[in-house]
Design a binder for this molecule. Structure first.
Ligand code: GUN
Ligand code: FE
Length: 455
């Protein structure tokens, strides 16, 4: 495979790289082999060879090749209630809306309908990698992994563990810690048989959050994490209620508690983490764990803004998450916008001439390039996967953004825009309709122009 066109990506935080009229070649293994720039004499022969072999994708004017988006936090079973019930606080939303909905996934026919629609929607929005919470059910969560595998999405999927009757209702709970762990092991086996041990779909050890799990379950999952080296995902210090619940029960923060259970490591992704303190950040940074920043959901359930700038200052690994359906928006481009807006709300907002030191933190704001980096390379680093950058050795997980489609607001003004404005326009303006084509590991997983004749 070779794709010829203008590449835009953010290989490092705050660094925009624009490669005009480049050619990206992809090997049989789905990894990028070469990125050949326009002044390289090898370009012409590469294009000719790829065209002759029927392996060339040529972007048109107004189309750009960008890395695919990484969503570090999706609750797959909550897809049918996206955009509903957000007037409730987290604990009521879980008990009254979310647990009843998730319980329906005992029905595999319902699960298939919902999960199939979700994976299609995320791919169509350019999300090439998603880190999914399934439900408590082994069967439905296997089905989610199977669907991601069949549709070609890079997916990390977890059977949710929630066995503590203090919080979890009888109708939606693991029967015991032992059964929860045994089913987690069965799920791991299923996914590894499906996709291979380091495959495109991977199992994730998934204690829902500390309040939903007994100490026995957390200890056993920690043992499993150490033994297997697999990814771990959970919610961390999300809301005042949740953060205080853990401090009362365990006498420590979520982060330090997870660490004590053996659940904090290089491949752990902590959703939210709004109320982490300096000591928590040290623990997270010390082992290289990642944070899934979900700015939109945080507005609803936490009334809080994740201290992103401090986390980045401390070199913590951070990416973005939608938190479907706590965040009522499936697009990681939207998450970029929300992350920027949230960061601006923490920033030093008062004119220093009028009110020095009045409110806000200097340096809290991120810009569009940093947001896009979080959405791509940042997510890849957090997951410890070679994704999110268009460079040799990285997986060819990429998308074509078309700025010329009708029925979308994104419009470039070539006589007004500088090259860097193009990325800014895309981050602020791209809608699902602008995502024309998506590849994962070099395989086409979305092609909205298939059958249309552009030439
Ligand atoms: N904490 C425990 N479960 C959930 C969930 O489903 N969504 C969110 N946002 N927080 C949680
Ligand atoms: Fe969540």
């Amino acid at each position: 495979l070779a794709v010829a066109g203008t590449v835009i990506h953010t290989p490092e935080r705050g660094v925009i790289e624009i490669l005009e009229d480049a050619v990206v070649t992809v090997g049989e293994d789905g990894r990028i082999e070469r990125v050949i720039e326009s002044d390289d004499p090898a370009q012409e022969a590469t294009i000719e060879a790829a065209a002759a072999g029927g392996r060339l994708t040529l972007l048109r004017a107004g189309q750009y090749l960008l890395p695919g988006l990484v969503d570090l936090h999706v609750h797959a079973p909550q897809w049918p209630q996206i955009g509903k019930a957000l007037h409730l606080p987290l604990e009521q939303w879980l008990a009254n809306c979310t647990f009843p909905l998730e319980a329906r996934y005992a029905d595999l026919e319902f699960a298939a309908r919902s999960y199939s629609g979700l994976v299609d929607a995320l791919l169509a929005n350019g999300t090439t990698t998603a880190l999914y919470f399934g439900s408590v059910h082994l069967g439905a969560t296997k089905l989610l992994a199977d669907l991601c595998h069949a549709k070609g999405q890079r997916a990390l999927v977890g059977k949710v563990v929630m066995d503590d009757p203090t919080l979890c209702p009888d109708y939606y709970r693991d029967a015991s810690a032992t059964i929860a762990v045994a089913e987690t092991e069965m799920f791991i086996e299923h996914v590894q048989r499906l996709a291979g041990p380091e495959g495109r779909v991977r199992p994730v050890i998934t204690p829902r959050f500390i309040p939903a799990c007994t100490n026995d379950a957390l200890e056993e999952l920690g043992r499993l994490a150490r033994q297997t080296g697999l990814h771990v995902q959970t919610h961390c210090s999300e809301s005042d209620w949740e953060h205080d619940f853990v401090r009362h029960r365990l006498g420590a923060t979520d982060t330090r508690s997870l660490e004590a259970f053996g659940l904090l490591g290089r491949r752990t992704i902590l959703a939210h983490s709004n109320f982490i303190c300096d000591d928590d950040m040290d623990a997270i940074g010390g082992c290289g764990a990642g944070i899934g920043h979900c700015p939109l959901s945080n507005a609803y359930f936490s009334n809080a803004v994740f201290p992103l700038a401090q986390a980045l200052e401390k070199k913590l690994h951070v990416g973005l998450g939608t938190d479907i359906s706590g965040g009522p928006d499936a697009s990681i481009f939207s998450a970029c916008r929300h992350a920027i807006a949230a960061s601006r709300m923490l920033a030093d907002g008062v004119d220093a001439r009028i009110a020095p030191d009045k409110r806000g933190r200097p340096g809290a704001a991120i810009d569009f390039a940093e947001a896009f980096w979080l959405a791509t390379a940042g997510g890849g680093i957090a997951l410890d996967l070679p994704i999110g950058v268009i460079a040799p050795g990285f997986a060819f997980d990429a998308m074509v953004i078309d700025t010329t489609v009708p029925d979308a607001d994104l419009t470039l003004w070539p006589d007004l825009d500088e090259p860097e404005d193009v990325l800014q326009r895309i981050v602020y303006g791209a809608a699902r309709a602008n995502v024309r084509r998506v590849w994962v590991d070099g395989a086409t997983v979305v092609d909205k122009d298939a059958g249309l004749d552009w030439t």
